[in-house]
Design a protein around this ligand. Structure first.
Ligand SMILES: [Zn+2]
Length: 443
């Protein structure tokens, strides 16, 4: 492959919109037929709704196809054929990969893939890495605990596929990983935003300067941080590297990527995925930019356990302008803005955890960690924001407090109880951070 070329797939990534829509439509028809003919789970769902493969003739027909929720997938697990249940579309012996969801929102869902699916994973990730400037000369370090959770497994194989040199940092602890990056002069790495910041912190405690190391680019996934500008800036400053976002999921695939133009959002890989945004109140499909809704997604080429109009609960919105990079794949603004379940009403106002993160990480003198707790005092909602003040800023606590209160009021329209903690005392996370707690729900 010509390393000068901008796009991993110059044909698909610049396909005129109309042709892209045709391609998606054709693929969706095939996918629907595949699920209907091969999975008892899907056939029962569609028979109940009265939709058969020959009924998918227009885009409106696609919108009549019943959505699949994660809880429905949970219900069929551990049944025949064990352990996946009857959404499996291939003979069990064709399954080569077992993965499961991270389980942050309940019992994990199992995900089988065939070898062809696995190659598809690596192909989708190749679009991501190429768009973020990965080339064969790169030495890529993966500070990632290789396990049943899919996370960066596919990033690993894609990096190999495009010709990079891959260093798996599996069971090493954080210090050993940092030393390995230094020793091998790695040029790229992939991790969650929380871990990228945590590694920089550990490096500094070891007396090293992460900004003087050789890492040039970092691919983030697992949390929305790399699309939150103040968090992105903290990571870029800490490592003197470019930081790019990617959103994907075990039960969906690697469906989006930020490119080197850093347009403030993610491209949807529309050659492989169909993303629909649904209004959370009316259920109507949103085509225009600037209106938030939840993502309904189909993985158009995945075979073993298909993903057909999956209700992801990710909150997203279409961006206004096309990306300067020239890709015709549509952009979603600001990445994934949160989970539909997390975006709750506090004192009657919609609260988005991402907006709080933006303010905290954009405030000078605060550490990287924070926690938000929502509870009730009598009948009144209360939000407590816990932050850490770094030692050099302790004298300026009042100034920080004033700034935080103003910014939070401005960005979220809510008032907060602020708690200041000693540096390093709030919980730290390696994989999926849980910084938002709604105690009103838990009681
Ligand atoms: Zn772009």
């Amino acid at each position: 492959m010509n390393t000068e070329q901008i796009y991993y797939n110059p044909v698909l990534e610049t396909l005129p919109r109309e042709r892209l829509k045709q391609l998606q439509f054709k693929k969706f028809q095939q996918l629907f037929r595949w699920g209907y003919e091969r999975s008892r789970f899907h056939r029962a769902l569609y028979d109940q709704a009265g939709i058969r493969p020959e009924d998918i003739r227009t885009w409106d027909d696609i919108r009549r196809v019943p959505k699949v929720e994660k809880s429905m997938m949970r219900d069929i697990q551990r049944k025949d054929p064990f352990p996946y249940g009857d959404a499996l579309c291939v003979p069990l012996e064709e399954v080569t990969e077992f993965r499961q969801t991270s389980g942050t929102t309940g019992q994990p869902v199992y995900q089988p893939d065939t070898w062809q699916d696995w190659e598809w994973w690596a192909e989708c990730w190749s679009y991501i890495l190429w768009a973020q400037g990965y080339r064969p000369r790169d030495r890529v370090f993966l500070p990632f605990g290789y396990n049943v959770f899919v996370a960066f497994w596919a990033g690993h194989y894609a990096a190999e596929k495009i010709g990079c040199e891959v260093v798996p940092g599996g069971v090493l602890d954080t210090q050993a990983r940092i030393l390995k990056i230094q020793e091998l002069q790695a040029t790229a790495m992939m991790a969650t935003p929380t871990y990228v910041l945590g590694m920089a912190d550990t490096a500094r405690k070891m007396g090293l300067a992460p900004e003087n190391m050789t890492v040039e680019k970092i691919t983030c996934a697992g949390e929305p941080g790399a699309s939150i500008l103040s968090t992105k800036k903290r990571m870029e400053d800490a490592w003197a590297a470019k930081v790019y976002d990617h959103a994907g999921a075990t039960e969906i695939g690697a469906w989006s990527y930020e490119c080197t133009a850093q347009p403030g959002g993610l491209h949807v890989n529309e050659a492989f995925f169909l993303v629909e945004i649904e209004d959370m109140d009316t259920g109507e499909i949103i085509e225009e930019p600037g209106r938030r809704g939840k993502m309904i997604i189909s993985a158009l080429d995945r075979q073993a356990q298909p993903c057909i109009r999956f209700d992801s609960k990710d909150v997203i919105e279409w961006a206004e302008d096309p990306c300067p990079c020239g890709r015709t794949f549509r952009l979603i603004k600001g990445g994934v803005q949160g989970r539909a379940d997390d975006i709750t009403k506090v004192k009657g106002v919609l609260l988005s955890p991402g907006a709080i993160e933006e303010v905290v990480r954009g405030t000078e003198g605060l550490g990287d960690e924070f926690q938000v707790v929502v509870d009730k005092v009598g009948d009144i909602d209360r939000i407590t924001l816990k932050v850490e003040v770094v030692n050099e800023y302790k004298q300026r606590k009042q100034e920080i407090e004033r700034h935080l209160k103003d910014q939070l009021r401005l960005k979220t329209n809510l008032g907060y109880v602020l708690e200041f903690h000693e540096p390093g005392t709030l919980p730290r996370y390696e994989v999926k951070a849980r910084r938002f707690q709604d105690l009103r729900k838990e009681h």
